[in-house]
Write a protein that binds this ligand. Structure first.
Ligand SMILES: Cc1cc2nc3c(=O)[nH]c(=O)nc-3n(C[C@H](O)[C@H](O)[C@H](O)COP(=O)(O)OP(=O)(O)OC[C@H]3O[C@@H](n4cnc5c(N)ncnc54)[C@H](O)[C@@H]3O)c2cc1C
Length: 850
């Protein structure tokens, strides 16, 4: 939208202030960004300052310089990201309908290929301008036995499937529903508009793609196989089906054994299956609205495989084409390859479209980048940048109708898939463990779009600095929708890049997602086997009661307990809290990461084998990019819950403790505990481990001893852990083709290793270790807090102001070093610094960092 006249007038007024010397150029530019917005400033700023080119050349050139510096940086950042993710064709503006349709047609030659015209057009846009309790099946399989800060992105041995249902009763008793749960801002569906604007907007254009409802065509039908792509918007397989000009039969096959793969992956945990059930019901309704229907099938019988079900379906319907969107778990890819080759032999054409990730993980290569830093998101992005894959194209419109077959195949009712089956008590009543999950989410595709719109309107402004806050909805909460494909990453990236406030950190998260899938394709046993060999032998705690306490939110550490209860009740917690509870499980309880992984897989609504496994491996010290930090269960609160709101919400029994002590109730004087009615062991659990220091030291020593025992996996020179390279990477590194594969030898690669581990190796006496990975909590600067919570419009202005201050500081330091006189003081700074009384600066203990 072009800037309004009044906004432009305001800017002109401010320009006079600059000329009068009452406002400095930096401040003025910041105000422009704030008033006009990013894109508009880019397009009109130079016109606005044009009169100065004659009236005051020096101010004009200063402003031009500021403008150029600001936008060239943004352009570079954008370009880097775009290149890395192969997004050369992204455009700020919604492309015209014709353009998009041309796009879809050109996609015929291969998924997502763009014609050259659209490529050049769009290139210009880069310019600135139980779960294991929740699971129903109580039968367990035989037991098997990082870099950026979490904010940035940086056993009991036997697996315990079936615990959710089995424990449902006790869990329900364990967690009293906090009174204000339903009002949870983050998760309350009722506050969201029923249909997102952006989706409606895009819906307009799709007319010429529309098939005729109920008009049986003579062509054989097309089978459209829905999997984790439960959406109408931007669904390449669905669009390709429309292009076939034949009746379309949408199907969904439930085949739990195939999903699970060869190890203990808990691919479909209780909460996840529950979400799937709801999402299937929603997509079914959406298909009904466009005159079609979804046929549910169960892969059972003797072979229990999708291939058999598909073969029967082909026979029954006479279909000659099968279309689907790709899945990347190695065992599912293998299944799909098998389906493709078998059906093809039987005369059925199969086409699989990439859309689950921005980048097909099987196409990512390290050529030209090398292996140094592998596992980190920066390394991954360099690989994508160096070896760009095919362009991902623009999001596709949803169809308005689908051609139907003359007769439908016979399926089973959705309920028969058993995805949302609830356990029963002895008296026959149902234990509805999902009641709170239902209250917390809108499971539909529209719900996904509404949440995205809300986030881009609001949370994204705080994301860059405040995504760690547990007490405020500062992240998108889109993970379950992304996981089940109710929202495509391409659509998300498109909207995020088009939003008024672009958050590079947010956009990078999609690269993290792709990184996880790449890792899973390289290490198919990622979900159950430690990547760093020595850590497989770590001595873990076998105290099952500790695991139970962690799972139930009864560790006696309020922050950990609040997060684990939120997880149980809503199926979700934010990234920062996932780091807190993971660190607690591993570094302080000494429980194996696999236990955490499996619990998450069973209780998270966004449980994702690739992401979950990568993150737990990193947290469990054995991943490629193991965390170089440990979150402290009390200190972390300073960052994520400084006033105790989050703990009060999920642990209401502590609600009356003071802000200063709510995260460490054991430090409360007896009188305060009495007043707040807190009785340890009765109303709130005792701490299950008390001496955190001692637990950490023990953990360090355990690591040192396995690194010593398996010295062949430690690089003598650098002290880094060594990881056996997967064959695909070896072939790439040696320039061999996959087929050559003639590498019989094992290659070991040094990977980033925590300093405290390296030091401990040389000097096993933990007491003298100068490195300590435990993160101290931090409080965002007053500025960040204020802009984030009080005045979003001033965000950019404040950032600019901050930038100007930094430059001044550098200039001062430089002059001091050079023995030059201090620079003349600038007058008229943008007056946007918050006052000292700003309530967001007050934190427990009165600490304010600056
Ligand atoms: C121990 C642990 C386990 C995790 N398990 C899962 C899991 O099973 N499923 C899952 O989706 N995420 C997982 N994450 C990553 C992250 O915590 C969630 O994606 C995020 O909290 C979801 O909330 P959001 O949608 O508001 O995220 P936002 O911050 O708004 O991010 C947007 C999207 O980016 C992706 N993303 C964000 N962070 C990461 C990350 N670190 N790695 C990969 N992709 C990321 C997600 O798809 C997310 O929806 C895990 C993190 C940790 C520390």
């Amino acid at each position: 939208m072009p800037p309004s006249k009044s906004d432009q007038d305001l800017v002109r007024e401010m320009l006079k202030e600059v000329l009068a010397g009452r406002e400095d150029p930096e401040g003025f530019f910041a105000i422009c960004l704030s008033v006009l917005g990013h894109r508009e400033t880019y397009s009109v700023f130079q016109t606005l300052i044009k009169p100065l080119s004659t009236a005051n050349t020096s101010v004009h050139s200063t402003l031009t310089l500021i403008y150029e510096q600001y936008f060239s940086k943004t352009a570079d950042d954008d370009l880097e990201l775009a290149l890395a993710l192969s997004l050369m064709e992204m455009e700020d503006q919604q492309p015209s309908t014709q353009h998009m349709q041309a796009e879809v047609r050109t996609n015929q030659s291969g998924p997502f290929q763009l014609n050259s015209a659209s490529r050049s057009l769009e290139k210009s846009s880069i310019k600135p301008e139980d779960q294991v309790g929740r699971e129903n099946d109580p039968v367990a399989k035989p037991g098997l036995k990082s870099k950026e800060s979490p904010d940035s992105e940086s056993q009991d041995i036997a697996p315990q499937r079936g615990t959710h249902d089995n424990q449902a009763q006790t869990k329900q008793d364990a967690f009293k529903e906090p009174q204000n749960l339903v009002k949870d801002q983050t998760l309350n569906q009722s506050e969201e508009p029923k249909r997102s604007k952006s989706r409606r907007k895009r819906r307009k254009g799709a007319a010429s793609l529309v098939g005729l409802p109920g008009s049986p065509s003579a062509s054989p039908p097309v089978l459209l196989w829905f999997r984790r792509d439960l959406r109408l918007c931007d669904n390449p397989a669905l669009n390709a089906a429309l292009e076939m000009d034949a009746p379309v039969i949408p199907i969904f096959i439930w085949s739990p054994e195939e999903e699970e793969g060869p190890g203990v992956t808990v691919a479909a945990g209780g909460a996840s299956k529950y979400w799937l059930h709801q999402a299937l019901a929603c997509i079914c309704t959406s298909l009904n609205h466009i005159g079609s229907r979804l046929t549910f099938l169960k892969a059972d019988g003797e072979e229990k495989c999708s291939l058999r079900t598909l073969k029967q379906l082909v026979k029954q319907t006479g279909a000659k084409t099968l279309l689907a969107n790709a899945l990347y778990e190695p065992w599912l890819k293998e299944r799909d390859d098998m389906v493709e080759s078998t059906l093809q032999k039987e005369g059925v054409q199969c086409r699989i479209f990439p859309s689950y990730c921005l980048r097909d993980p099987y196409s990512v290569s390290t050529v030209g980048v090398g292996l140094r830093g592998i596992g980190s998101v920066s390394h991954f992005m360099s690989c994508c940048k160096q070896n760009p894959g095919s362009a991902i194209g623009v999001p596709l419109d949803p169809p308005q109708s689908l051609p139907t077959p003359s007769c439908w195949p016979q399926g089973v009712p959705l309920e028969a898939l058993g995805l949302a089956r609830m356990p029963r008590r002895k008296d026959g009543t149902t234990i509805d463990w999902a009641a709170n999950i239902r209250k917390s989410w809108d499971f539909s595709e529209d719900g996904a779009h509404a949440r995205l719109d809300n986030f881009l309107r609001d949370g994204v402004y705080r994301y860059e600095k405040e995504s760690g806050r547990a007490d405020a909805p500062n992240t998108s909460s889109l993970s379950p929708y992304l996981h089940f494909g109710q929202l495509s990453p391409r659509w998300l990236l498109w909207d995020a890049k088009g939003a008024r406030c672009r958050s590079p950190k947010f956009q990078r998260k999609l690269a993290w997602r792709d990184l996880a899938y790449w890792q899973l394709t390289l290490f198919p046993d990622l979900p159950w086997e430690s990547i760093r060999p020595p850590y497989k032998a770590l001595r873990w705690n076998t105290d099952r009661s500790h695991l139970k306490a962690w799972q139930r939110g009864k560790t006696g550490y309020p922050l950990v307990d609040a997060a684990m209860r939120q997880l149980w009740l809503t199926g979700w917690m934010n990234n920062y809290m996932r780091h807190v509870v993971a660190s607690f499980l591993i570094a302080y309880l000494h429980l194996p990461w696999q236990e955490g992984y499996r619990w998450f897989q069973d209780t998270l609504v966004d449980a994702d084998v690739a992401i979950d496994a990568m993150m737990w491996q990193n947290g469990g010290m054995c991943g490629l990019d193991h965390w170089n930090f440990v979150m402290h269960p009390v200190d972390a609160a300073l960052t994520c819950d400084p006033y105790g709101h989050y703990v009060r919400k999920w642990c209401p029994e502590l609600a009356d403790l003071s802000d200063e002590l709510i995260h460490k109730p054991w430090k409360c004087p007896a009188s305060m505990l009495r007043r707040a009615k807190v009785v340890f062991g009765e109303t709130f659990p005792e701490q299950i481990v008390v001496d955190l220091e001692e637990r950490r030291n023990q953990s360090l020593q355990d690591v040192a001893s396995v690194r010593k025992e398996f010295g062949e996996f430690v690089d003598k020179r650098s002290g880094c852990d060594l990881v056996p390279l997967p064959p695909r990477l070896v072939s790439e590194a040696l320039g061999l083709s996959q087929r050559d594969g003639a590498v019989g030898k094992q290659f070991l690669l040094p990977v980033i290793t925590r300093m405290e581990f390296k030091y401990q190796q040389d000097d096993p006496d933990a007491a003298s270790n100068p490195y300590n990975a435990v993160l101290k909590g931090y409080v965002s600067r007053k500025r960040d807090e204020t802009i984030a919570f009080l005045n979003q419009r001033d965000f950019t202005a404040s950032v600019m102001h901050e930038g100007a201050q930094r430059r001044e500081r550098l200039e001062r330091d430089y002059r001091r070093m050079e023995g030059l006189p201090p620079p003349p003081s600038t007058q008229g700074r943008a007056r946007r610094t918050p006052t000292a009384k700003d309530r967001f600066s007050i934190v427990p203990g009165g600490v304010v960092t600056s």
